[in-house]
Design a protein around this ligand. Structure first.
Ligand code: CTP
Length: 402
């Protein structure tokens, strides 16, 4: 999926500029040409030499440099690009862009351009929340500037909040989708579940499991990369939100089912979540206390709804393709084949989750792909690769049965 576009990457002065060499590499991996423009602030965090080495292009820095103006004036620099990406975009450049200032090479190139502009903001969360920044962003949005991120999380200044620049891979994926327009799954809608569910025992304790969410998130990412409008309903995980995917965060199985039902109708459902089979019959509103010498409490459990089976019920509006996983420790293929029929789903990806397999929380997965036609055993591969392989099978399926 090579994009083959010319990207002008404007690097401004935020700590996240150190991620720009990786961003350049990711964009070039997609077949794009990347030319970098480094502001004075940006040069405090990343060197022109680093950007030049990874882009294999001259890095432009100075508005008044005669050589730069001779070789490539600011007007040509922006005109010769298919798209301008500002990453990281500081509060300062966002303000200058909103106000049409032109006091250095970056701002003059932006003002002289009629090309699409995307920005990946990065700043302290209070700067992000400030009404001035939000008003500037609203101005840019109204002018058609696409805003990528930012993410929530730990910041370089030691605080937490909204303002981390989105990861280079995710920014590159957003650009790939932006360029691609018509992708094989454009027009299709998918719902993916991921991660564990947490079932509260009392206000501090819960029943959970070891699912990391890596596999479900990778599937959502792969579907979105192929143009599918994807909703990811996820239990608590440490995975970053995949770019371009609508993420709904839930905790319990019942919340997950409600969020899934709210996302209907869809064409494709992939249930990769490790849903807790049971929840407390009666959740305690107060912390269960130890009583000196008393017996440990006995937890009375009740069964959770089966989300996959509910979504696959052959009612009007059943998604065209329903895919489940089967986490098995014994007789993997036999049990998973029975599970496919019992839950009325079209495909099941079965994996061995015995401790020795290292699947839960591990980077790789070994899958048996079970359909009504039989079983295919896929080689062990990364969870990202399993996501991509499944997404391509889904494309093939819709090519045959549009
Ligand atoms: N699943 C679900 N809702 C549940 C339980 C499971 O949606 N309450 C889905 C999972 O996301 C997965 C499939 O059903 O796609 C199979 O999950 P698995 O844990 O393998 O099976 P269980 O139904 O829990 O059966 P068992 O524990 O007996 O193996």
């Amino acid at each position: 999926m090579l994009a083959g576009k010319r990207i002008l990457l404007i690097v401004t002065g935020g700590i996240a500029a150190y991620k720009c060499p990786e961003l350049v590499r990711r964009l070039r991996e997609q077949g794009n040409q990347v030319r970098c423009l480094l502001t004075a602030g940006g040069a405090q965090f990343v060197t022109a030499l680093a950007l030049q080495s990874v882009s294999e292009e001259k890095v432009y820095q100075d508005l008044f440099s005669l050589t730069d103006e001779n070789e490539m004036g600011h007007i040509r620099l922006s005109r010769e690009a298919d798209v301008i990406l500002v990453a990281p975009a500081t509060a300062n450049i966002i303000s200058k862009m909103a106000n049409g200032q032109a006091d250095d090479l970056a701002t003059t190139a932006l003002l002289a351009s009629d090309k699409p502009v995307l920005i990946a903001p990065a700043m302290n969360h209070r700067m992000w929340d400030h009404p001035a920044t939000q008003a500037n962003l609203a101005t840019l949005r109204a002018r058609g500037v696409e805003i990528i991120g930012p993410d929530d999380g730990a910041m370089a200044c030691g605080e937490f909040g909204m303002g981390r620049m989105r990861e280079p891979l995710q920014i590159a994926e957003t650009l790939a989708r932006y360029f691609a327009g018509d992708l094989p799954l454009t027009g299709k809608r998918a719902l993916v579940t991921s991660g564990p569910t947490f079932e509260a025992i009392d206000p501090v304790r819960f029943i959970g499991n070891r699912s990391s969410g890596k596999q479900g998130h990778a599937i959502a990412r792969a579907l979105a990369t192929l143009g599918c409008a994807t909703t990811l309903v996820s239990g608590p995980t440490r995975q970053p939100d995949p770019g371009g995917v609508g993420v709904v965060a839930v905790e319990s199985a019942r919340e997950m089912l409600a969020a899934c039902e709210a996302a209907l109708p869809v064409d494709i459902v992939v249930c990769a979540a490790a849903v807790s089979d049971w929840r407390m019959d009666q959740q305690e509103n107060s912390k269960i206390k130890k009583t000196a010498g008393g017996a440990p409490p006995r937890l009375a459990l009740t069964e959770n709804p089966d989300i996959l089976a509910t979504l696959a019920k052959a009612r009007a509006g059943r998604p065209q393709l329903v895919v489940g996983f089967a986490a098995e420790t014994d007789d993997v293929i036999v049990n998973a084949t029975a599970k496919r029929q019992r839950k009325n789903c079209d495909w099941i990806l079965a994996n061995d989750v015995s401790t020795a397999s290292g699947v839960f929380d591990g980077p790789t997965n070994q899958v048996h792909f079970i359909t009504q036609l039989g079983t295919e055993t896929w080689p062990e591969m990364s969870k990202d690769a399993v996501g991509e392989t499944l997404a391509h099978r889904i494309v093939k399926h819709f090519q045959v049965q549009p």
